[in-house]
Design a protein around this ligand. Structure first.
Ligand code: FE
Ligand code: FE
Ligand code: ZN
Length: 277
């Protein structure tokens, strides 16, 4: 079965997210670990978590993906901002142990003029500080569009981060279709070629999750504006190829399209119809 879900609000807890996922035909979901504007995360309610884990086991909800606040910048030039990212990620990863064996995705950050090399070194240092032997969560670096001074707009940059991290065996990549397209990779005209390049630079086995988003802007625009599936420059046909690609078809897929729940339900149903198994 196609393992697909979407981004859900975590404001009502885990059991509520699990029920919502099932209601819209999803078998997985993504959530923010904390308010993107920063601030502290809600504590885990053990009863809510136990009820969710039971529901997940019963109904086959797997590969829950936590997303770090996208406002964090682990490679800021300012120590205060870097430390905030460090503390947030350490706290998120500690709480993830209540949801064992899942994944935690984050944006590598923006080097803000320090240069790509300096940014990559800072990101690796931050990861070394928040990961520990025996942790059950896999940490994912998201492919980025490369807007501004964002790191992760090329596969090479992600590879260089992975190479510098001590616990690289616990690292993977979340492949965001809008970001990869906006960064300039031709997933519309040559999906096989882009994935071959990913394989040569990083290794396809590192892709552990896919963010399915169409793009409002043309390839290479470095804009990062998501569109609904089939309503952007990537187009429905390409999404059919993506969910059926042998290297991707058994991965979990997460929609981050501009939708309310009924729109997500429609996109999930549409992609399920396109999946050939
Ligand atoms: Fe993201
Ligand atoms: Fe994304
Ligand atoms: Zn995005």
């Amino acid at each position: 079965m196609l393992n697909i879900g979407c981004h859900l609000s975590s404001s009502k807890g885990f059991l509520a997210m699990g029920r919502t996922a099932l209601k819209i035909g999803a078998s997985t979901f993504q959530f923010f670990t904390r308010n993107p504007r920063g601030g502290s995360a809600k504590g885990i309610d053990p009863q809510d978590m136990a009820a969710f884990l039971e529901l997940a086991r019963e109904k086959g909800i797997t590969s829950v993906l936590a997303h770090a606040a996208y406002t964090l910048n682990p490679c800021s030039a300012e120590v205060r901002i870097r430390n905030f990212a460090l503390e947030s990620m350490a706290d998120d990863l500690a709480r993830m142990e209540h949801l064992p064996g899942n994944m935690y995705n984050f944006h590598p950050g923006s080097h803000v003029g320090q240069g790509v090399g300096a940014g990559i070194a800072l990101i690796a240092t931050q990861l070394d500080a928040v990961m520990w032997p025996g942790m059950s969560t896999t940490v994912l670096l998201e492919t980025m569009s490369g807007k501004g001074s964002e790191i992760g707009g090329t596969f090479r940059e992600l590879r260089e981060i992975i190479d510098r991290v001590g616990m690289a065996e616990r690292l993977g990549v979340c492949f965001d279709t809008c970001h990869v397209h906006d960064a300039g990779y031709d997933i519309v005209g040559d999906l096989d070629g882009v994935l071959a390049e990913f394989d040569a630079v990083i290794g396809l086995e590192r892709i552990l999750a896919v963010h399915l988003n169409d793009s409002l802007h043309p390839r290479g625009s470095r804009k990062d504006r998501h569109a609904r599936i089939g309503h952007g420059h990537i187009g429905l046909e390409t999404f059919g190829r993506i969910v059926n690609h042998p290297a991707l078809k058994n991965l979990p897929f997460y929609l981050e399209t501009p939708n309310e729940l009924p729109g997500y339900a429609e996109e999930i149903a549409l992609l399920r119809r396109m999946w050939r198994g």
